[in-house]
Design a protein around this ligand. Sequence first.
Ligand code: ADP
Ligand code: MG
Length: 292
Amino acid sequence: MGIKTKQIAIYGKGGIGKSTTTSNLSAALSRLGYKVMQFGCDPKSDSTNTLRDGTYIPTVLDTLREKSGVNAHEVIFSGFNGVYCVEAGGPSPGVGCAGRGIITAVELFKQQRIFEELDLDFVIYDVLGDVVCGGFAVPIREGIAQHVFTVSSADFMAVYAANNLFRGIQKYSNSGGALLGGVIANSINLPYAREIIDDFAEQTKTQVVEYIPRSVTVTQCELRGKTTIEAAPDSAQAQVYLALAKKIAGHTESKAPAPMGVQELRDWAGKWGKYLLALETGEIRQELTANI
Ligand code: ADP
Ligand code: MG
């Protein structure tokens, strides 16, 4: 592992915006002058699409299945502004473990000392967020990444997945596992959504690194196969991704989070449910930013 290479894992539930956020983060970091590799660790293998005009690249695991003696350079593809793009890929459907696949893919790069050779500043792993099976906990457990960030909206299922991730991080935090950098709040357009995610971060002893609005600019750029940083560099949304990149570039201290227990999380959600209902019925009239 390169001494100066910062390895970051981005987790979150499926469809929450991990790949969109990660690709814009990678693009923004490259704009700031850093050397970046984006390492997709989702069997969907679409992590790096918008860095490469919407195209798919051969995955590490597929390439390893086709032939022996793979040179890591065969599975590294150049993306926007020189971002190095890699997709780990998945195990053969119905057999094998996704976590094993991630280890195999990362091992190939470590053995060939690719991070040092390319003199990378950042390797960003885009990982599917369900720690429940254990396989996807690999970048945390095996000490592959140093810092973990989670993408979450204010929706309960996203928060639930983030809380599960925190349990995984906490579990390995005393045995050299990765620690938590914070929450990247995505699709935050309403004041109460910000309140909910702020409260979740406070309860679990972490922080919100950036609030990213849901934006049609992102949709437009994605439909053109591009990141917002590439296709709409002057947009307000691009400024948000640049601000996120600066914060992550400057981030040094990650911590073990304090996840909520199952009942605690239920009670917490119930409290917010009552609050939102009261807002709707007009029972509570003050600004939406009021504390509950
Ligand atoms: P994941 O990688 O977590 O499965 P994606 O990054 O693929 O999720 O995002 C799922 C969908 O949500 C995509 O179509 C993406 O364009 C959209 N999306 C994510 N974040 C935003 C945002 N901030 N504004 C608008 N659309 C978004
Ligand atoms: Mg994805």
